[in-house]
Design a binder for this molecule. Sequence first.
Ligand code: ATP
Ligand code: MG
Length: 232
Amino acid sequence: MIRLNDVSKVYDMGEIKTEALKGVDLEVRNGEFVCVLGPSGSGKSTMLNVISGLDTPTSGKIEVDGMTISNYSSKELTKFRRDYLSFIFQSYNLFQTLTVGENIELAAKISENPLELDDVLAKIGILEQKDKFPSQLSGGEQQRVSIARAVIKNPKIMFCDEPTGALDESTAKEVLGVLEMLNKEYKTTMIVISHNPNIGEMSDRIVKLNSGRIVEIKVNETKKSAKEIAWT
Ligand SMILES: Nc1ncnc2c1ncn2[C@@H]1O[C@H](COP(=O)(O)OP(=O)(O)OP(=O)(O)O)[C@@H](O)[C@H]1O
Ligand SMILES: [Mg+2]
């Protein structure tokens, strides 16, 4: 369970102070698939950063599975991230001089309980690409490699910031299908940030941010599969 209690974040740059989060309260159950929507600058990435301990809130409390991470030192946060979390971004951030298999093995090496490499590759549909280099793959395939790398450590929570931002519709749906499968198969909590409201259709809940505040939380009664969602 992730619990945010009155969480605020102010970026203080001397003259200019930006209140990126203003008293945010939110709970996310383990295994939940949550879509975070909101216009540019509304605080989506900031919220992801403070929940994942990449940044610290200015005030408020953040708990993850009973650990009060808002009190953690940067060393404790590093360990927390390593043991608990994975990230996927719009850019794939793969090592260009390593093969697909080597990119993912690298992540497996620094985790306590990694999943089996070929299993993960097969599940994500890139087993045949194992010995290729990133430059020999399509965008969608590269994003699958970055998902495989995120998943090999068997994280409890996966944070995805615009995971399909650089992909066309059919490739994006395939990538979302992979996130859906991981959420079902491994019970991984998924927090997916997007500009695309259609991703809400495949989520358990939709959290809408505006100007640093949660303006709406909607439970999605009729969850669609990634394949079925509209794309506009
Ligand atoms: N490191 C930083 N230093 C100063 N201000 C920041 C920093 N990061 C974000 N901000 C400001 O905080 C506000 C929220 O930014 P944030 O990146 O969370 O928005 P977002 O919803 O993720 O937007 P986008 O959809 O464009 O990614 C913005 O006004 C932004 O300029
Ligand atoms: Mg952002």
